[in-house]
Design a binder for this molecule. Structure first.
Ligand code: G4P
Length: 553
């Protein structure tokens, strides 16, 4: 792993205003950060692309070392048994590495839709997203859904069209899909010559160069692309070349060129064509991340004040993970730094509880390896160890003036089950395990009527979440549990004072989360509609904090 911690020490900014020199250093460091997440439909190639970005970024020396797949290879970041068994990525991890002068924080999102809520949290911490599309399949359902989440945050999106070595949708059709289905203007930076078996490379529209594609050894090592001027490609008489040139002329004519302003506003997306498995196009994407992906910018707080990067330290918890590794049975809170400089031992306040917290150890977490970080800057996502009191969404800040970043959007659960403790002697473990998993956001722990139910309700979005709960309760907390499905399938967030109305009406039930969220839950959506009609004053929200249609797809 590249050493990303070495840089000149600067004066601590604690809660006080930094000096001009410290501000300048901070802005320089923040300007070097690129914090992004990859979103894709399962199987489009997110894992492969992640590996190749790490390979080309110099963070690993051989692709295949990072992720497990079914039947699997050695897993470094997929630490959970269920991930190993299924070959899916359940937990999100931060992969941090340096490329040239840029420090990349690659936030790994779970590929499976049952963990969409995790993706929301990750995207809350990202400044940019890379959307991977399978050239053969075009825009798929999960891409659409994740895209909506990214759009709700208005973050810029770079598109990587993967698997160009396979027969696929014509590239012009794909451009059309992106524009029609996602409402994003597509601005191809590279353009494919031939598709599928006939794929022979891409034209880089910026400098009219041709990058030749060759099927070499299956891409476990870095290989430089063969790049020549377009006129020297030696393809003049090739019909693939004629077609590609015509298409590029068409793109030029409609001025489908990368436009920094609309890209940063999240309304246009630069396109890169490639084949991650053959390492092709990976270098161009990595360069784009350095050159066009935005560095962190000032973030709005709940007080509607934009907090400048050089303000004293502030950040928010975007993920909590416990027991990630048998060697380190502890709890890590991932904190996205929004302003100021972090240094080891920094004293901060948790704005939810008002309690002080000393950040003794913060780690750059690279798969299972942890590197102690003496300092970190805006844009960095750091793993804070021993964070027993921290929850997802908490704001941490230096200085006594309260700072709070807006809550991270949550998705109301769609499936419910009651949790039964199978061994009465393990009651304590049963309780603390469920509480822990709730705080990590693995599943929601809900209570009826505010009373402590011996068989609490668990709420989630997908079945896999529940499997994770049963397994982790057994493996990590020594508590055997059984989950009995409950009939509800629709939930909406409501205000606390409306809970009585829900209970009084009888069409649904009010459930209370430990984080203060209150849900009205119904068996069928027609019951929800009837309830809404009878009580037009009750606000029934699908997603806190963002457009309610975000997850409609
Ligand atoms: P995901 O994380 O988005 O779910 O996708 P992943 O990278 O695991 O890729 C899914 C499958 O697609 C893998 O094949 C992978 O090798 C293949 N793949 C990824 N990129 C490309 C590409 O550019 N071209 C082609 N032809 N295939 C690609 P698999 O058979 O499921 O796994 P494996 O045995 O190859 O590892």
């Amino acid at each position: 792993m590249a050493d990303i911690s070495a840089s000149a020490p600067a004066a601590s900014n604690g809660g006080a205003r930094p000096t001009a020199a410290a501000s300048a250093e901070l802005l320089r460091e923040a300007g070097r950060r690129r914090t992004f997440a990859i979103i894709s439909h399962p199987d489009a190639g997110k894992t492969t692309l992640t590996e190749k970005l790490l390979l080309y970024g110099g963070a690993v020396h051989e692709a295949g070392a990072v992720k497990a797949r079914a039947g699997g290879r050695n897993a470094t970041s997929d630490w959970m048994q269920i991930e190993r068994d299924r070959g899916i990525s359940v937990s999100s991890t931060v992969l941090r590495f340096a490329v040239g002068d840029v420090v990349v924080n690659l936030l790994d999102t779970p590929g499976h839709q049952d963990f969409s809520e995790d993706t929301l949290r990750v995207l809350a911490a990202a400044d940019c997203a890379v959307m991977v599309i399978d050239a053969a399949k075009g825009i798929e359902q999960q891409t659409r859904r994740l895209f909506q989440v990214a759009r709700a945050r208005r973050i810029p999106i770079i598109t990587f069209v993967n698997k160009c070595d396979r027969p696929g949708v014509s590239p012009l059709q794909l451009v059309d899909h992106i524009e029609k289905e996602l409402g994003l203007r597509a601005t191809p930076v590279t353009w494919p010559v031939g598709t599928g078996e006939e794929f022979c490379g891409v034209i880089d529209r910026r400098d009219e160069s041709f990058h030749r594609f060759t099927r070499t050894a299956r891409g476990s090592k870095v290989v430089d692309d063969e790049v020549v001027a377009a006129d020297d490609a030696g393809l003049e008489d090739d019909p693939r070349w004629a077609t590609a040139r015509e298409e590029v002329e068409l793109l030029d004519a409609v001025e489908a060129d990368h436009d920094p302003a609309t890209f940063e506003a999240g309304t246009s997306t630069p396109l890169f064509f490639g084949s991650a498995v053959w390492n092709f196009g990976v270098d161009a994407l990595l360069q784009a991340l350095q050159e066009i992906a935005p560095p962190p910018t000032a973030r709005p707080t709940t007080e509607d004040v934009v907090r400048p990067l050089e303000a004293p330290f502030s950040g928010f918890v975007c993920k909590v993970q416990a027991n990630t590794d048998p060697r380190h049975r502890d709890r890590i809170a991932y904190v996205r730094i929004c302003s100021g400089r972090f240094e080891r031992g920094l004293k901060v306040l948790n704005s939810r509880t008002g309690r002080p917290f000393t950040m003794h150890h913060a780690h750059a977490v690279f798969a299972r390896e942890r590197q102690d970080l003496p300092e970190a800057w805006p844009g960095d996502v750091i793993g804070v160890v021993g964070a027993l009191d921290l929850r997802v969404g908490d704001t941490l800040h230096a200085g006594s003036a309260r700072v709070a970043f807006p809550p991270i959007p949550t998705i109301p659960p769609e499936r419910f089950a009651s949790a039964n403790n199978l061994d009465a002697r393990r009651h304590k473990q049963f309780r603390s395990g469920l509480q822990q998993l709730d705080e990590e956001g693995v599943v929601r722990l809900l209570q009826r009527g505010g009373i402590q139910d011996p068989r609490p309700v668990l709420g989630g979005v997908g079945a896999l979440q529940f499997e994770v709960v049963v397994q982790r309760m057994r493996d990590e907390f020594g508590a055997e549990i059984r989950l009995d499905p409950l009939p509800w399938s629709v939930a909406r967030l409501i205000d606390l004072e409306d809970a009585k109305i829900v209970e009084g009406d009888g069409a649904g039930v009010a459930l209370f989360g430990a984080d203060g969220a209150v849900f009205a839950v119904f068996t069928e959506s027609f019951q929800l509609r009837r309830f809404a009609k009878r009580h037009p004053d009750v606000q029934l929200r699908e997603l806190v904090n963002t457009a309610s249609d975000v997850l409609a797809g």
